[in-house]
Ligand binder design. Sequence first.
Ligand SMILES: [Zn+2]
Length: 314
Amino acid sequence: MNITPPLDTSTKGFRIPETNIFIDPKEPVSCAIISHAHGDHAVEGHETVYCSEGTAALIKSRFKYAAKTINIISFGETFTIQNIPFSLHGAGHMLGSSQIKWVKDGITHVYTGDYKRELDKSCEPFEIVKCDVLITEVTFGKENKIHPPAEKSVAALSEYKDVNLMLGAYNLGKSQRLTRLINDIHPHLRVMIHPKMIAYHKIYESMGFDLGKWEPYKREQFKNEKGIIYLVPPPVLLNFRPGTHFLRAFATGWDEKHARFDFPFYVSDHADWPSLIKTILESEAKVVYTIHGIGEDLKTTPELKNVQVYTLSE
Ligand SMILES: [Zn+2]
């Protein structure tokens, strides 16, 4: 097995060796494949972009000049750039999020982008893609870091009776997922959303993902009426002073980020430790490169004794 790094790294981001094809570049380039529309994976100003339909809609909404040409690729469809066959596959992280597969020199590579294995009705599901070399995110790659099921965290919101809730959630991805979950688990509650989330909610719905009932934030009603959950971007949550008519929490998988709010609220859109192990084993990759986090524990865990794990420097 060839173990030269499958991607070159520079300040511009990941590039497939001997090509000018970048994956999730951090700066404008001539040819970019974009895994999903979060700001640490998608920037504006590219010449040519290849991405899923959901990602295309979101980057067009986010950026004034997303790219000169955007090629929309369906999941599973093969497309060829510079004689290399590629395909995109669901990553389950948010609307349009894609794993990127390519075959070069007879070796099948998969780049996961951000992903989760949990069912999320607000986006396309994760797909297992068999490969020789897996390049996986390890945001939560710490041994035994386990995310409680998001359904359980959302169900536990019923403990806070007779008070409204203000939940910090990223505008894109997390807030749409929470809107769907709250509708499913607490259908009697009203979901209000911050104005910055509205365009994204509408794009999700236009792509066929029903988020349930939601409404734009109404200050007086949130203050004077009960049974309301208000989703806000994290900076807004930080700026709201604690009130007597509501409690605050931040939807995140990071343990240390809950302490400054009124109660912990664990919801993560990334793979936890068991999901990382499961994904590596199910991919059947014999070589794994880790990105976006600490993958050291994966190098020594007995479950991966037959897999070579390396860190891809970024
Ligand atoms: Zn992301």
